[in-house]
Design a protein around this ligand. Structure first.
Ligand SMILES: NC(=O)c1ccc[n+]([C@@H]2O[C@H](COP(=O)([O-])OP(=O)(O)OC[C@H]3O[C@@H](n4cnc5c(N)ncnc54)[C@H](O)[C@@H]3O)[C@@H](O)[C@H]2O)c1
Length: 400
């Protein structure tokens, strides 16, 4: 039997993570790298029939113009990973993928993102027209590459938060708002997510942008049997938090304060330096602790842009806690990592897992993928270990 051909459409295709995903998959497919960091490459996922990495076809959209090869060289300069010999070897496939990176939409994305766009952002088209264009891009790509499945992943810059209105709650109400062409109801992330679900494409929101998986889109995904999941990939500080916070519970220690300071230097950091974009990120990072500990605490997340750091992110967390006889003690940790290299293997995992879910007839939110997200939709469990067990149980059930 012919293996299913799977495509991956990356929104924000010239960004650091998207470029690392593509370079990573091509390198793995050619045996030039190891799948370290990918959970689906471990024994627990053997025999599930996951899509092979060397068969994935990549395309996508961005607001900037520029070549994927230049983007790859930029990421590699910033991280020092992969040699120029390897990049030279990938030159040909990267050039091929470049042809399938089209222009996206910046609708209601705010000034920080509009500034990235190659040409001035105009508002002469309706949201419905933009949805139709994106749907056509998906269909054309599927046809061009003879794909059986296309997974759409949002890796675009973080938008300012969407204020949820009645029109976002139900698909019919959302359709009526589109008919009325109401301004402000739709952000770019909503357009991509809605277009994906309409086309039956599994969809992942790796960003904190709340405009993407609105209830109307999730509801439609459930009814149409389309797997969707988000929000905001859990790759660094929040990953450590979700592993460490249960420790205090296990010893009945009261966490009094948890202050997290993040400094980062890439374009993501530059966009997040904008207050309204930063708000989205802080919201999704913020809820983890009180949900795990079960009580409110003094906890703040600080994010600062330090250009010279490039793709490296440093998080310093100070945890103040109280123990026996009221004694006050503290724990501090420093996490240093390359953002894109932490994120890319998770995207490859997620692509394979939502494609598998679609083949199994599953639709709507995917709770077993909670461990991949800072703010997993529809899941109250925030402890990393328990979330990971949910994923392993799912893999076991698929095999059974
Ligand atoms: N790196 C991590 O560890 C991590 C973790 C969780 C979430 N994220 C989120 O993932 C996203 C991508 O991160 P990155 O480091 O690759 O950022 P990046 O700034 O390098 O790339 C984002 C890309 O998206 C493009 N873009 C912006 N708005 C767009 C739109 N409306 N349509 C199409 N393209 C658009 C930009 O031009 C840019 O090329 C960010 O939202 C970030 O907050 C990153």
């Amino acid at each position: 039997m012919r293996e299913k051909k799977v495509g991956v459409w990356l929104v924000g295709a010239l960004g650091s993570i998207a470029t690392t995903v593509i370079v990573g998959a091509l390198s793995l497919g050619r045996g030039l790298a190891e799948p370290t960091g990918m959970i689906t490459a471990t024994e627990a996922f053997d025999g599930l029939g996951l899509a092979p990495l060397d068969g994935l076809e990549f395309g996508g959209c961005d607001l900037r113009r520029g070549g994927l090869r230049d983007a790859a060289r930029h990421v590699m300069r910033e991280t020092g990973v992969l040699s120029y010999e390897i990049l030279d070897e990938l030159d040909e496939p990267l050039t091929g993928i470049e042809e399938d990176i089209l222009m996206g939409t910046a609708r209601n994305c705010g000034e920080a993102i509009e500034r990235l766009a190659a040409s001035p952002v105009t508002h002469d088209r309706t949201a419905r027209q933009e949805i139709e264009t994106v749907r056509r891009q998906f269909r054309d790509f599927k046809k061009k590459k003879s794909l059986d499945e296309l997974v759409v992943v949002n890796l675009a810059s973080t938008e300012p938060p969407l204020v949820l209105q009645d029109a976002h709650l139900e698909t019919d109400a959302f359709e009526r708002a589109l008919d009325r062409n109401e301004p402000g109801v739709v952000k770019a992330s909503t357009i991509y997510a809605y277009a994906a679900v309409q086309e039956g494409c599994p969809y992942i929101n790796f960003t904190p942008s709340s405009g993407a998986l609105i209830p109307a889109v999730i509801g439609l995904a459930g009814r149409r049997g389309v797997p969707v999941m988000g929000n905001d990939g859990k790759t660094g500080e929040t990953l450590v938090k979700s592993a460490l916070a249960p420790l205090f519970q296990c010893r009945n220690l009261d966490v009094l304060s948890w202050e997290g300071f993040n400094i980062l230097g890439n374009m993501d950091g530059c966009v997040l330096d904008h207050p309204e974009n930063k708000e989205s990120k802080i919201k999704s990072k913020d809820q983890v602790l009180s949900k795990i500990l079960g009580y409110p605490l003094h906890s703040r997340v600080h994010i600062h842009y330090v250009p010279s750091l490039d793709d490296q992110k440093t998080a310093w967390d100070f945890i103040h806690f109280r123990g026996f006889l009221g004694s006050k003690m503290s724990l501090q940790f420093i996490w240093q990592g390359y953002d894109s290299l932490l994120a890319a293997p998770l995207i490859l995992d997620l692509v394979r897992l939502v494609e598998l879910a679609k083949r199994r007839g599953e639709g709507g939110l995917m709770p077993h993928l909670a461990s991949y997200f800072k703010a997993p939709l529809g899941v109250e469990e925030h402890r990393l270990y328990e979330q990971f067990q949910m994923l392993l149980r799912y893999a076991q059930a698929v095999r059974a």
